[in-house]
Design a protein around this ligand. Structure first.
Ligand SMILES: C[S@@+](CC[C@H](N)C(=O)[O-])C[C@H]1O[C@@H](n2cnc3c(N)ncnc32)[C@H](O)[C@@H]1O
Length: 242
């Protein structure tokens, strides 16, 4: 598995992506502002109301975990990158982090980021873990969120097959994926055979009912003048009674 997510460059990009102010990410008024605040929007697909437990798999530097924490007593954020989890834990502890922002060539500026307004980090914990081999003892959750994760896993079916045991009966699952299958992350034999949506329906059909399909754009700033603008496919599922 590539370890790009352990590098200072990616830690900086993701801290800015998750916590940066709009003017720090996208200074131009004609830019795709609707693509900002992606982790807030994916969490917004869960039904309204408060719950006991939520799980955020592939949480990166943690923004979606804090958003889940607004309506969950307990949130566990899990990511394979120890650099991302270290940053998430510091943000959760109330630290302000100075993140690197690449301007061009070797020119770097610094941006301060911190926990989102209105969140206090209570009940939100982070741990390093592998989505394809999640530890025993996690228990069951009312909400499971995994954004832009499945097409970064070498064996995504291993993650999907664990979900039924993680989501409580009647609980909800929100998966977001830009369907960008790449051999550097996932060998072709483990890609969906056709469309990702049809594959998800097939893999999850026994345990989940599909209740929503939506599109959510996101924007990752690579340099001052180069951005990734991508549209993630968000699917929302309800755990069926066995
Ligand atoms: C494309 S990023 C998406 C991060 C975040 N959910 C978001 O939407 O901004 C993919 C994330 O999955 C994590 N990841 C990759 N492989 C993983 C694995 N096997 N188990 C857990 N996390 C993994 C990466 O470290 C990274 O944080």
């Amino acid at each position: 598995m590539p370890d790009v997510y352990e590098t200072d460059r990616y830690v900086g990009e993701y801290l800015l992506f998750h916590y940066g102010k709009s003017e720090e990410i996208l200074p131009w008024e004609y830019g795709p502002a609707a693509a900002l605040d992606f982790p807030v929007r994916t969490v917004g697909h869960f039904s309204k109301g408060s719950v006991e437990r939520s799980l955020d798999v592939g949480c990166a530097v943690g923004r979606s975990s804090f958003e889940l924490g607004r309506t969950s007593d307990e949130v566990i954020g899990i990511d394979f990158s120890s650099a991302f989890i270290t940053a998430a834990e510091k943000i959760g502890a109330g630290e302000t982090l100075s993140c690197q922002r690449l301007e061009e060539a070797a020119e770097i500026t610094k941006v301060n980021v911190s926990r989102p307004t209105g969140t206090n980090g209570d009940g939100v914990t982070f741990e390093v873990g592998d989505a394809m081999n999640l530890r025993d003892g996690l228990g069951e959750f009312d909400r499971v969120h995994a954004a832009n994760l499945v097409c970064r896993l070498p064996k995504p079916r291993r993650f999907l097959s664990r979900l039924a045991s993680l989501v409580r009966n009647g609980g909800e699952l929100v998966l977001a994926t830009p369907c960008t299958w790449l051999e550097e992350f996932t060998q072709k034999e483990n890609w969906p055979e056709g469309r990702t949506l049809d594959w998800l329906k097939k893999e999850l059909a026994n345990d989940f009912e599909l209740i929503e399909v939506a599109d959510e754009p996101f924007l990752i700033r690579e340099t001052a003048r180069k951005f990734q603008w991508t549209v993630s496919m968000v699917t929302k599922w309800k755990r069926l009674d066995p």
